[in-house]
Design a protein around this ligand. Structure first.
Ligand code: IPD
Ligand code: CA
Ligand code: CA
Length: 266
């Protein structure tokens, strides 16, 4: 049976608003914080509760759909066959913990590896970025227009400043050169919000040396719907099963960032 993704997005959006309310309610309470892979990789019980909330909704309503979430509530996913929900319950947990602002819920639905629904909900500013493949992208009720290009030296891009100073990866010099040549760099602390900002023309591009599928799965659908590009630093299609480099931008800028800076064989 074929799925009506426009209708499914409405359901996913309603669940996302519900999850956003749960996060807002939790903010008044003390939050238990744990570190994961390193002291800066944080998780709270709210991240886990929100992932469980989506997992249970999906299990109950669509038992044949698959689930991939950051906090690992479901079994590990090995294939993208069928309908797959890819969820980051809180993208920007460090902001959630420190600022109680600038974090998002990221929800994507893929069909046999193709992104069909992308939702990025900036909870505290109540901005709902959403798209269904082929049906346009929206910020709340406003349709997002196809993006306008700017030359690289007049463009601003999202980047976590840590990647400029870290030399544990081979992109330090190309990133430094790009930072010098762009008009400006912005760092919001949530990859999902930064990708949504590119789709909404608030940023011209975004780059990150290491992201996981749940950070960008929804962003991919938003970006492609407004004519932007998203790929690895080498211009390859992003994996939805493995982490990797991520480069997003308006088509010409994306091309120039690869050819002039990041895409060299290393
Ligand atoms: C993080 C945020 C951050 C990015 C990190 C991600 P999390 O996600 O998107 O902006 O720089 O690489 O891990 O851990 O807050 O869901
Ligand atoms: Ca994330
Ligand atoms: Ca997260």
């Amino acid at each position: 049976m074929s799925i009506n993704f426009v209708e499914l997005e409405k359901i996913a959006r309603a669940w996302t608003y519900e999850a956003g309310d749960k996060i807002k309610q939790s903010i008044a309470n003390p939050i238990h914080i744990e570190a994961k892979s390193n002291p800066n990789d944080l998780v709270t019980e709210v991240d886990k509760a929100i992932e469980l909330f989506f997992y249970e909704k999906i299990q109950e309503n669509y038992p044949d759909h698959q689930f991939l979430g950051e906090e690992g509530i479901a079994e590990e996913l090995t294939s993208l066959e069928g309908t797959v929900w890819i969820i980051d319950p809180i993208d920007g947990t460090m902001n959630f913990v420190h600022q109680k602002y600038n974090f998002a819920i990221s929800v994507a639905v893929y069909q046999d590896g193709v992104g069909m629904i992308g939702i990025v909900y900036d909870v505290m500013s109540d901005e709902m970025f959403r798209a269904v493949r082929g049906s346009g992208a929206f910020l709340n009720k406003e349709e997002l227009l196809p993006v306008l290009e700017r030359p690289l030296h007049e463009s601003i891009a999202g980047l976590n400043a840590r990647w400029i100073v870290s030399d544990h990866h081979p992109f330090q010099n190309p990133i430094k050169a790009l930072v010098r040549d762009l008009r400006g760099i912005r760092s919001y602390g949530s990859a999902a919000i930064e990708l949504a900002y590119v789709a909404a023309d608030r940023l011209d591009g975004y780059l990150c040396v290491m992201l996981s599928p749940w950070d960008y799965a929804a962003g991919v659908v938003l970006l492609e719907e407004v004519g932007c590009k998203i790929s690895t630093f080498q211009g390859q299609r992003l994996s939805l099963l493995e982490p990797g480099t991520v480069l997003a931008g308006k088509p010409q800028l994306h091309k120039e960032m690869i050819s002039g800076y990041l895409g060299e064989e290393l």
